[in-house]
Design a protein around this ligand. Structure first.
Ligand code: ADP
Ligand code: MG
Length: 693
């Protein structure tokens, strides 16, 4: 039996470990320095490095690494051992303060959007002491930020830290105007993570899964998710064994893994942690994804994090639950018993409504990726249109406040379970809307457009900075007000009227919503290239520069990196399709055709009916011709598009031309899969993959 409290955070150099391995005065000084956001002195850095190293060695570590989040979307590490030679030909284990704080690397090997060529190839990783160091794979991992030699941001974490600071400062300012002194406002985030688990032997037989993380061919199995029998269903033993080991491992990393269950699609599951402070949540979600993949392999399983691994089967998302609270634990989005009189809450709420409406484009582009394009708007995930759900009650309150009426709230009724027991719980006044991209869920917002593979840093950065701007504006007005209460009501009215078009409490999956959203003038950025090109719009550059999150040059670089990434992803997918078609699918079809032709020939000799075989042969042959033509077309289009030098045009061409040529190839191949004998089909079908674990 394991004791969870005992193993929890075992791999983490947390406060308890710091207290044990650092001198008391060093620990206290360290905490104070971090709280004040000041740089560490050389002596203090050395003392901390030494304590960290001694703890790490006691845990069996031999190496250390700066651990960072470059623009690849995954984390990066380069292990260096602690060894240092001595005069007598032996080694001692050393780790200096300098090595802890800063490390130099080659920035040119990571996506940099041309930033490094403006100066030179060197890049730096710099310790982020607000996130704990931990041990992984025998190495002491030090969370760091990554920048160029001249200080331009090259990672996903720095903008997150900066935007958090901005929003926290503005929230504190608003509380201050309202007469509340707080030391700090904390951004809290909980990232719910969906994933697929499939058998490794099926994975190894499919080049598309291996190279791209999703299937590029495959027809629907006879049984899909229509019976809704997987969601919250019994967890099968093999999956449970994986989940148990995963939870244990995550707990050792101090990750508050809380909920595990089967999701809607067959072979799909979800893990939700208890929320934590934003930068810890971002680090931990990256770690969670990495550990999921590793543990899966130990069980001969593969964890697929691609947002849309199977066509016509629900894709996987990630919900970015976002809120703010004071250091004394007051959640700023807690409406309380009487929201209509809770002006503080209403001001914070209106600032989020304003932020989401003004910066729909930034939110949309923060989740844009080639794979998420297959998910958004595919009647299982929110559409590509950003809108907000706040529930009937809050909408009623804001509507009435802005028209000067009082709101007659619906009384929350007791929940009668018919079991004779009247529960103490109150039924939610608002039925939770599952189709909204940005939903208020009681005391937090849930941004649901993220794909499962998304690093939460970018979307969270955008929420932070957009809300910071709205709060800033509201504070400036309130600070000048002579009558605070009437100014608050004016602001709520003004901002609500201006931005209420973003609120939509209805079904976001419906076609009618698209038309209505258009009428309201909301953006519908349907695909990644159309979303990403908005990154450096004047409005966005001004916002991100004003709050010191990213400068114009860094934004251009980011846009280029992400567009480039989009092109590369589609190019790899196209090449994988071509390889599979040429070397596996076409030969399999020819074998099948051969067999049919041979049967027909023999049957003719025996003077037997050949009707069935002939029809199948004809159809197979026609589809094969179609597939071959589509393959040639895809090859030609990919070659042409690849040479385009303008990255914006190139990304658009990949979407308009290559992606559509890929679809044209997929259609006949998926039909062929249904006709060709299973024994000839070169890789496992959806029905094999989705039901084998
Ligand atoms: P759901 O809303 O999906 O039904 P929960 O209410 O249990 O489920 O919460 C989902 C996620 O939201 C969890 O990861 C949880 O930790 C997180 N969460 C809850 N409260 C907050 C908060 N104040 N700030 C950020 N995340 C939160
Ligand atoms: Mg959720």
């Amino acid at each position: 039996m394991i004791s969870v409290p005992e193993i929890f955070s075992a791999y983490v150099f947390d406060h308890a470990k710091m207290k044990k391995w650092l001198k008391k005065k060093d620990y206290n000084q360290f905490i104070a320095t971090v709280e004040q956001g000041k740089p560490l002195s050389k002596e203090l850095a050395s003392a901390i490095a030494d304590g960290m190293k001694n703890w790490a060695i006691s845990m069996g570590a031999t190496h250390y690494t700066h651990w960072f989040q470059p623009m690849t979307g995954i984390t990066a590490e380069k292990h260096d051992s602690f060894i240092c030679p001595t005069d007598d030909g032996k080694v001692i284990m050393k780790f200096s303060g300098k090595e802890l704080i800063k490390s130099e690397g080659d920035a040119s090997s990571f996506p940099n959007g041309g930033l490094r060529s403006t100066f030179e190839a060197r890049g730096y990783t710099v310790w982020d002491p607000t996130s704990f160091a931990f041990i992984k794979d025998g190495a002491l991992c030090i969370p760091t930020a990554f920048c160029t030699f001249s200080g331009q941001v090259l990672d996903k974490k720095t903008p997150l830290l900066r935007s958090t600071k901005a929003v926290s400062m503005q929230a504190k300012r608003l509380l201050n105007v309202l007469g509340k002194q707080t030391k700090e406002v904390i951004v809290t985030v909980g990232a719910e993570q969906e994933y697929f688990l499939i058998d490794k032997k099926n994975y190894l037989q499919r080049k598309d899964l291996m190279f791209t993380g999703r299937t590029l061919f495959g027809s629907n199995p006879a049984k899909g998710q229509e019976m809704a029998d997987h969601y919250y269903g019994n967890i099968r033993p093999r999956v449970l064994a994986f989940m148990e080991e995963l939870d244990r491992e995550l707990w050792k990393f101090g990750i508050l893994a809380k909920t595990r269950h089967n999701e809607v699609a067959p072979a799909q599951h979800e893990l939700a942690p208890i929320y934590s402070t934003v930068n810890v949540a971002a680090d931990q979600n990256q770690l969670t994804m990495e550990i999921m993949k590793k543990i899966a392999e130990k069980h001969d399983l593969i964890c697929l994090l691609n947002e849309k691994p199977f066509k016509d089967v629900n894709g996987s998302g990630k919900h970015d639950n976002w809120s703010m609270s004071t250091d004394s634990g007051e959640n700023l989005f807690e409406p309380g018993k009487n929201p209509k009189e809770n002006l503080q809450f209403l001001l914070f709420l209106i600032s989020v409504i304003t932020a989401v409406d003004r910066h729909q484009d930034l939110l949309r582009l923060s989740v844009a990726s080639a794979s998420n394009d297959h998910r958004l708007g595919a009647s299982e995930a929110p559409p590509a249109i950003v809108s907000m759900y706040i529930g009937e009650e809050l909408e009623g309150i804001l509507e009435n406040l802005s028209s000067g009426k009082t709101y007659d709230e619906k009384v929350a009724s007791d929940l009668d379970t018919a079991s004779g027991i009247k529960t103490a719980f109150k039924k939610d006044n608002t039925d939770r809307n599952r189709t909204s991209p940005f939903a208020f869920t009681g005391n937090k917002f849930e941004f649901r457009m993220l794909g499962s593979e998304c690093n939460i840093s970018c979307p969270t950065t955008m929420i932070n900075v957009a809300v910071a701007e709205a709060l800033d504006e509201i504070c400036s007005k309130l600070e000048k007000a002579t009558d605070l209460n009437s100014e608050i009501l004016n602001i709520i009215k003004e901002y609500y009227c201006k931005h209420k078009r973003i609120i939509f409490n209805g079904n976001g999956y419906g076609e009618e919503w698209k038309a209505l959203a258009k009428e309201r003038g909301l953006l519908n950025l349907e695909n990644t290239p159309s979303a990403l090109v908005r990154y450096n719009d004047k409005k966005n550059v001004e916002l991100l520069e004003k709050y010191g999150v990213l400068n114009g040059e860094e934004i251009d670089a980011r846009m280029e990196i992400l567009l480039e990434n989009y092109c590369k992803t589609i190019n790899i997918e196209a090449r994988t399709m071509l390889e599979m078609t040429k070397r596996e699918i076409i030969p399999a079809c020819i074998t099948s055709i051969n067999e049919l032709a041979e049967t027909i020939r023999l049957k003719k000799k025996l003077d037997l009916s050949r009707e069935t075989e002939s029809k199948i042969l004809e159809r197979t042959s026609a589809l094969l011709d179609e597939a071959y033509t589509a393959e040639l077309k895809l090859e030609e289009v990919s070659k042409k598009v690849k040479t385009e030098s303008d990255i914006v045009k190139k990304a658009k061409d990949y979407h308009d031309q290559v992606l559509s040529a890929m679809n044209d190839l997929r259609k006949p191949v998926d039909e062929l899969e249904k006709l060709v004998a299973k024994k000839y089909w070169p890789f496992p079908a959806y029905s094999d993959i989705l039901y084998s674990v």
